[in-house]
Ligand binder design. Sequence first.
Ligand SMILES: [Zn+2]
Ligand SMILES: [Zn+2]
Length: 251
Amino acid sequence: MEKIYMIPVNDAYGEVGGCPVCRLRDKAENNYLEYYLGPSLMEPDTRKITNKTGFCPVHWGKLNKAVTNRLGLGLVMHTHLKDFNEELNPKLKAAIPSKAGLLKGRNPDYKIKLNYVADLIEKRIDSCPICDNLNDAMGHYVEVICWMFSHDKDFSEKFRNSEFHCLPHTALLLRQASKLTQNEAADFVEALYSNNSQTFESLISDVEYFTLKFDYRNTDKPWGTSKNSIQRSMRFLSSDGRDFDEQQSRK
Ligand SMILES: [Zn+2]
Ligand SMILES: [Zn+2]
């Protein structure tokens, strides 16, 4: 099993609170964000890739927020825009339909051309080397998680005691579990199930309590663990914490 993935997996499961796989994802993502605005700028091969791909909307946003290297961002953006323009605009120009008149008849080919250019734009907007690298790394991480669960008693204990595995990462872990032997999968999925069902139960009860607090008869009751139950539920449902932190909410 690859050691370079075992250390971050162990670290993520060593920390308390939230989904450990989200922590792994966030750390890996931050490393890639730093990489694409740091060392990769000087690597012609990587620049060739980012000139073509740019980044997906989510990662443009994260680069915009995280970046200390505004010059780096400017350089990447400049060559990406040039590349996009060089590919797109000749094709867009060629796709302008000619007007049907007396001499020239109607030609429905223009519809195909317009859709072709639209496809090209959408494909380029969505392509993102950070997403690609991240998906690749997550594949290795879930492989290591399943392996360590069966081979490392301390780790399987930590796995069982995680606060929760968010639902998107539960799905990811289940897909990996489907590649295990039946006996290995039995223990792993049992642990995942117990983790998952407890999370649902406690969130359902906390969110219910949250709603009951709006009843004037309960005004003086303590919030208990229900106060941030909405945000915790969002993190559980979506795995993405971007807009779900308690500071951005009024309650
Ligand atoms: Zn997660
Ligand atoms: Zn991306």
